[in-house]
Design a protein around this ligand. Structure first.
Ligand SMILES: *[C@@H]1O[C@H](CO)[C@@H](O)[C@H](O)[C@H]1NC(C)=O
Ligand SMILES: *[C@@H]1O[C@H](CO)[C@@H](O)[C@H](O)[C@H]1NC(C)=O
Ligand SMILES: *[C@@H]1O[C@H](CO)[C@@H](O)[C@H](O)[C@H]1NC(C)=O
Ligand SMILES: *[C@@H]1O[C@H](CO)[C@@H](O)[C@H](O)[C@H]1NC(C)=O
Ligand SMILES: *[C@@H]1O[C@H](CO)[C@@H](O)[C@H](O)[C@H]1NC(C)=O
Length: 319
């Protein structure tokens, strides 16, 4: 498949620097109604995407291998208007956040936030409510915890917290709550947005503070690893790690920011695709996930607020 023409420059610097400039992109899908796409999970055996939208209570699937693929409905959650985070916490079993969300205030109706389990292991999806978050007014990104198959981590963008949710018992506890995760301003400002554990730390984005950082899972002070110059509409959203421990961050209004550590431990940020000040390709990147099969393992799928699914070909990046 052809990717949009881009200048493709790769410099192998001494040490482990990556130095990319605008990886090739291809718009795989554009919602005809501009449906705000929020988050992605990639199914293990088919590589199909599961997509959430903050403007719809319906979980959709998208076949990246099909020509002119469309969004197909999987399941519509009751008592909800919006879906935010999604993560695969057991093989082909997903946690999904559903809520009644007011999209002007970006605030969920009190008591409406539920973490659902959607189990695809027997074919047709089997949904059930796993936990409720009655104190939360915005539960955003989800992630898993390495080696703990029933545990899901959830970002509370208003309270500046990361929760640990037991999908088996429904128990919820605050794992970390910290000013580095808080928005520092009333809604619709969003604090912690995406969160993903890696190498003993919980990495996070804070959209309002425009920071990418980490905090030791064993406790300790948060550390800011990168930031964006404040600008209208700018902000880090959700992200994913690649196999080399680099973080690919969907960034409003129009780029994918790449973070990686140099050999001396200093973290570097580069624009991997799009343009940090706004792009003609990306209309508000919201989340990113790598393909999992069919030779798509180096394709980064990015969803956008403008209703796009965009493939970024990262195969030229050296390990
Ligand atoms: C995909 O869309 C293009 C452009 O509309 C069209 O030419 C092509 O036939 C379509 N392919 C399929 C398999 O529908
Ligand atoms: C949805 O809301 C209705 C009315 O409050 C309630 O009876 C029903 O149990 C709710 N369904 C779920 C799955 O929470
Ligand atoms: C969202 O919140 C605003 C401000 O409180 C309110 O005016 C509006 O009616 C709400 N929208 C919905 C759909 O409830
Ligand atoms: C690590 O190396 C980079 C690039 O040479 C340099 O800018 C940075 O200051 C170094 N960091 C430390 C902690 O020495
Ligand atoms: C990003 O966009 C700005 C404003 O249009 C432009 O000045 C700049 O050159 C662009 N940067 C890249 C790397 O294309």
């Amino acid at each position: 498949m052809l990717f949009a023409p881009t200048i493709h420059l790769l410099l192998a610097l001494a040490g482990s620097a990556v130095a990319v400039a605008n990886l090739p992109t291809q718009i795989l899908y554009q919602s005809p109604i501009g449906l705000f796409l929020e988050n992605i999970a990639v199914r293990p055996s088919s590589g199909k995407l599961l997509l959430t939208s903050v403007l719809s209570p319906t979980l959709h699937t998208f076949d990246t291998a099909a020509e002119n693929a469309t969004l197909d409905e999987v399941y519509t959650f009751p008592n909800a208007t919006a879906l935010t985070g999604i993560t695969e916490y057991r093989p082909d079993v997903y946690a999904v956040v559903a809520s009644e969300l007011n999209v002007s205030t970006i605030s969920a109706a009190p008591g409406s936030i539920a973490i659902w389990s959607v189990d695809f292991t027997s074919g047709a999806p089997i949904p059930k409510i796993a936990a409720r978050l009655p104190r939360s007014t915005l539960t955003n990104g989800l992630s898993t915890a390495p080696g703990r198959p029933d545990i899901v981590l959830a970002a509370d963008s208003d309270l500046g917290a990361a929760y640990e949710i037991n999908m088996h018992t429904g128990a919820v506890r605050v794992l970390i709550q910290n000013a580095a995760l808080a928005p520092g301003a009333p809604p619709p400002a969003l604090g912690i947005n995406g969160l993903h554990p890696h190498g003993g730390s919980l990495y996070f984005t804070n959209s309002a503070l425009n920071t990418f950082g980490r905090v030791p899972l064993s406790g300790g002070a948060p550390e800011v690893l990168g930031s964006l110059p404040p600008a209208a509409g700018s902000g880090y959203d959700d992200f994913t790690f690649d196999a080399e421990g680099r973080a690919w961050v969907a960034t409003h209004p129009g780029s994918v920011q790449l973070f990686y550590a140099l050999k001396n431990g200093t973290w570097v940020q580069e624009t991997a695709a799009g343009n940090v000040t706004g792009s003609t390709v990306f209309q508000g990147p919201t989340s990113a996930a790598f393909g999992r099969c069919g030779g798509k393992e180096k394709i980064l799928y990015v969803t956008t607020a403008g209703g796009q699914v965009i493939a970024v070909d990262t195969s030229s990046i050296k390990n």
